[in-house]
Ligand binder design. Sequence first.
Ligand code: PRP
Length: 216
Amino acid sequence: MKNVDDLIESAAELAARGLSKGEIADELNVSRETASWLVERSDATTQPSDRPQNGAASPSGPQDIHVDWSAIGRDSKRMGAIAEAMADMLAKHGEDVDLTIGIEKAGGPIATLVARELETDLGTYTPAKHQWEEGDIDELGGTFSRNFAGIRDRECYIVDDTITSGTTMRETIEAIRAEGGEPLACVVLADKQGVEELEGVPVYSLLQVISVGKEE
Ligand SMILES: O=P(O)(O)OC[C@H]1O[C@H](OP(=O)(O)OP(=O)(O)O)[C@H](O)[C@@H]1O
């Protein structure tokens, strides 16, 4: 996936398959605001001349970045190298931790490799948004898989691929605390918020997205 035209086309295809805007946002790894904009744009661009000409979002579009890390994700050796770098950031944090929690879905495979590097137990958290039927997201919470390690009042690290709004990471921190655990640090491949901490927990990222454009 190379530019905004590809994203608009993908959003149109997903919408045609009946996916909600929330599901399209999840599929394309963009915010819900961006997913809405992409779908609206695909409806509006029946005339080719309406399309952005250079692959850049028009000024009226949302300020968002699509992070395509599939060149890493499709190769276990590259994933291992990236996980080693992420584990190194956590190790430099300097805490002695024996539990790593991955956020499903994309955070799971990364956390597996990070946990292996750090020689910790591995747990996974599935956020509330993956439990939902449209409309009842507020009623359903996230879950920790029983197939992996439990929190058992332990300190832990959290691993995911991206932070977009920070909602998923915040939810995971709160869910771990509700189970009696305490997250000591989070690590992601790409942090689109450029935050230093969330809910009092330090956030580390290999890539931090910093907007340098003019304020609208
Ligand atoms: O900061 P936020 O706005 O909450 O967004 C970040 C989350 O969105 C993505 O999950 P997504 O459900 O899109 O994909 P995944 O299930 O493949 O991980 C990503 O993996 C993060 O978990």
